[in-house]
Design a protein around this ligand. Structure first.
Ligand code: ACO
Length: 432
């Protein structure tokens, strides 16, 4: 609702332009510039959306200064402690935590859709074994629109719902298949007696020839990581999903676009960089050298997994994962794993070093998730895939919210054109 107005005086434009200032329930007010071009003939310019709210949303709230992350009004710390990934997926999709009956029903629906069309395995078999799993994930998601014709009519609410459930349910199966394919193991079908994260670990690590029991500590840690990564408001991949969806593209294609965006190292790839860095450090005795490198203005090296663009206070997700990382290491008897020893020592030193303290450079979520994945024996090429499993819930919720918004329009940014003005065409023979 308009709270105030903002006036803009532009040279050479006769009258001041006036805009409504909109107030959300929390967070900075926004100036509604929808009519700016119509009223004044100018555009705004904001590469990287540094000051632009791209949509209205009721799903996730972040206050980076205070280190707050909330899904639908619930603090992430409380959800991490008391809830589960599947319950949080329901919360993101429908706005409220489910009661016991609704949760049972939702779990049943998700469980019903864990298998993927048998023919999809031929798509996998067309890839080279060394293909990056994110390439397979993006392809497999897009391909689902070719298999599930009964859930691609975006104007039908039931079909949208079915697509949402299918995507949340099938993404762990697709991810585990990508892993199994890479290592040459047979695909493992989902076991619907298991919970969401337990089932994922089962599909990842069990083999037909052996008995496999999922460790409850690892399943809990996995579920926690999924819960913490489930949504993060209008980040690059979520904005990509919304932009793709704004044209009316089918939901599977939209999430495939989100996966492509997440793949970039500036977004979903940082936890892989953490492990690369720890391997480069190689030994606890080398940590001081790397700390000095990170502090040196002459050296471009940065401590991977430290600092965050939005969180200038402790990343609330990292605080939760820190404890989980220590629990997992203990459960796996890996407290003495050399790489993990380096991580623990690095964290200890950086948290007390004046340079990092003064700049509020705390470990971020990627620092600890990488360590947990490494301890679990998950290869680093799969880290971003795990992020995609979790974020599918957020992408789907954001896509659903957009589709249900009657004011939704195709996303079509404008530009500041700095290319050539009108030129005369010269025949090829006469060109110099
Ligand atoms: N190591 C050493 N110094 C750092 C680091 C770091 N990881 N991060 C920031 N700094 C220093 C900068 O040199 C700068 O110092 P100065 O003020 O003396 O010039 C100061 O801290 C502020 O840094 P900026 O680059 O301005 O901070 P910004 O918010 O732009 O960057 C970013 C955030 C990109 C995450 C940065 O901290 C970084 O590169 N971290 C390492 C990569 C990483 O872990 N990325 C994952 C982010 S979490 C996620 O995406 C889910």
């Amino acid at each position: 609702m308009p709270n105030d107005t903002a006036k803009l005086n532009i040279k050479n434009i006769a009258k001041d332009a006036e805009f409504a200032v909109l107030q959300g329930t929390q967070g900075p007010d926004v100036i509604d510039v929808t009519n700016l071009y119509k009223d004044t003939g100018v555009f705004t310019y904001d590469p990287g959306f540094m000051s632009t709210a791209s949509c209205e949303s009721k799903i996730t709230y972040i206050d980076g200064e205070k280190g707050i992350l909330r899904y639908r009004g619930y603090d992430i710390e409380e959800l991490a402690q008391k809830s589960s990934f599947l319950e949080v997926s329901y919360l993101l999709l429908y706005g409220d935590l489910p009661n016991a009956k609704k949760y049972k029903e939702f779990s049943r629906k998700i469980t019903e859709h864990t298998m993927v069309h048998e023919q999809l395995q031929f798509l996998y078999r067309g890839y080279p074994r060394q293909a990056h799993p994110m390439a397979i994930m993006s392809g497999a998601f897009s391909s689902m629109s070719a298999f599930y014709h009964d859930s691609i009519d975006i104007d039908d609410a039931d079909q949208r719902e079915l697509a949402a459930h299918r995507m949340i349910a099938k993404v762990p199966t697709l991810a585990a298949m990508a892993y199994k394919y890479a290592i040459g193991h047979p695909f493992v079908y989902p076991n619907n007696k298991l919970g969401f994260s337990e089932n994922f670990l089962h599909m990842m690590f069990s083999v037909p020839a052996e008995e496999y029991k999922v460790s409850p500590v690892l399943a809990k840690a996995m579920d926690l990581i999924f819960l913490l990564h489930a949504d993060h408001e209008q980040n690059a991949s979520t904005s990509t999903v919304r932009l793709a969806g704004s044209s009316g593209a089918n939901p599977f294609a939209c999430i495939s676009a989100g996966i492509a965006s997440l793949w970039g190292p500036a977004h979903g790839g940082a936890n892989e960089a953490v492990i690369d860095m720890l391997e480069e450090i190689g030994d606890v005795k080398n940590i001081p050298t790397f700390i000095e490198k990170a502090k040196s203005k002459k050296d471009p090296f940065r401590l991977m997994g430290f600092g965050h663009r939005v969180y200038k206070n402790y990343d609330p997700r990292a605080a939760v994962l820190r404890k989980a990382a220590h629990d997992v290491l203990k459960e796996l008897g890996q407290e003495n794993n050399p790489l993990l020893k380096i991580a623990v020592k690095l964290e200890e030193i950086a948290l007390t070093d004046e340079y990092f303290v003064a700049r509020k450079l705390y470990p971020n979520v990627d620092f600890y998730s990488g360590i947990i994945y490494k301890a679990m024996g998950i290869p680093s090429s799969l880290y971003t895939v795990l992020f995609a499993i979790a974020r599918t819930a957020g992408w789907v919720a954001q896509w659903k919210e957009m589709m249900e918004d009657p004011s939704q329009k195709i996303g079509r940014p404008r530009q500041l054109y700095t290319g050539a003005k009108k030129r005369k065409y010269v025949a090829i023979k006469k060109r110099k």
